[in-house]
Design a protein around this ligand. Structure first.
Ligand SMILES: C[S@@+](CC[C@H](N)C(=O)[O-])C[C@H]1O[C@@H](n2cnc3c(N)ncnc32)[C@H](O)[C@@H]1O
Length: 271
């Protein structure tokens, strides 16, 4: 196992999937957990169902973590078993606590899946492939494709390396704060380890078309346009819910724009 993968595993075993004082996993820090955003967040998580067939025998959850949010359980509701694969045993212990008999739990590497061709009637992978070095991303997609049964689909979510929409929103806020003489936070660099996180490397829509387009049928759909930073900066308790209903409506009305310029696409692979 590469050094990077060992570091990622250690991070999730010792930090990411440990509960903090508020009862949430450390990993939940990257989500906007405020009540005002909850409806938008919940509805965007359910968009994964737009990329999955509803019924089948086995659903693969590659990099499952603990299946931490209630909406995640709906992905496998019509499947006999959810096969949770993760590099972190702590993730799988927690997943077993949450879905019990409905799950099978496998420690493994999503870039080298220990399953036979065509084993799954569906697959999801949420925020996990980005923990691989960029050179291994094609393997991860190829492995999900290989283990998918013919005519079935996989739904994959990872953030883009750059989101013009959220970059614009962030720059606008910085400009506004500067104008008012308020302190402006330094921008965080992507693609590096940070004190509270671990290794991530992200891609862009051109990468998806170039690396996957000739090998499999792939569609870039919208999952969630707004980043956690944008939500925290712009969505206020008063009027925030209405604003987010408008955003959600806009995402549905202009899916191609939000899929490619927003923060998180839903990559749908068809076999
Ligand atoms: C950000 S968490 C996401 C977990 C879950 N899918 C979710 O959306 O809540 C990333 C998960 O991917 C797992 N992971 C990272 N690299 C992996 C690899 N090479 N193979 C399998 N799992 C991996 C981590 O252990 C962690 O549980």
């Amino acid at each position: 196992m590469t050094n990077t993968k060992q570091k990622v595993r250690k991070f999730y075993d010792e930090v990411g999937w440990k509960q903090e004082d508020d009862g949430n996993y450390q990993n939940a820090r990257y989500e906007d957990l405020r009540p005002v955003s909850s409806e938008y967040i919940r509805k965007t998580r359910l968009r994964v169902l737009n990329g999955l067939l509803p019924n089948g025998r086995f659903l693969l959850d590659a990099g499952s973590g603990p299946v931490q949010y209630e909406e995640y359980k709906t992905y496998s509701a019509g499947y006999q078993k959810r096969v949770c694969l993760d590099i972190s045993i702590q993730a799988l212990r927690e997943a077993r606590n949450r879905i019990g008999q409905h799950g099978w739990f496998v420690v493994g590497d999503l870039a080298h899946l220990p399953f036979k061709d065509g084993a799954f009637d569906g697959a999801v992978s949420m925020h996990a492939i980005h923990h691989l070095a960029l050179t291994e991303h094609p393997n991860a997609y190829a492995e999900i494709y290989r283990t998918l049964a013919p005519k079935r689909t996989a739904a994959i979510v990872n953030g883009w390396s750059d989101s013009p929409l959220n970059r614009g929103a962030e720059n606008l806020l910085r400009w506004f704060r500067k104008l008012r003489g308020l302190p402006v936070k330094e921008k965080k660099k992507l693609g590096v380890d940070s004190a509270e996180g671990t290794f991530v490397e992200k891609i862009n829509p051109a990468w998806i078309r170039r690396e996957l387009g000739s090998k499999m049928t792939v569609e870039i759909k919208v999952w969630r346009g707004l980043s956690t930073n944008t939500l925290r900066s712009y969505v206020r308790p008063f009027g925030g819910r209405v604003l987010l209903r408008l955003v959600f409506w806009l995402e549905n009305a202009f899916p191609k724009f939000f899929a490619e310029n927003g923060q998180y696409p839903l990559i749908v692979i068809k076999k």
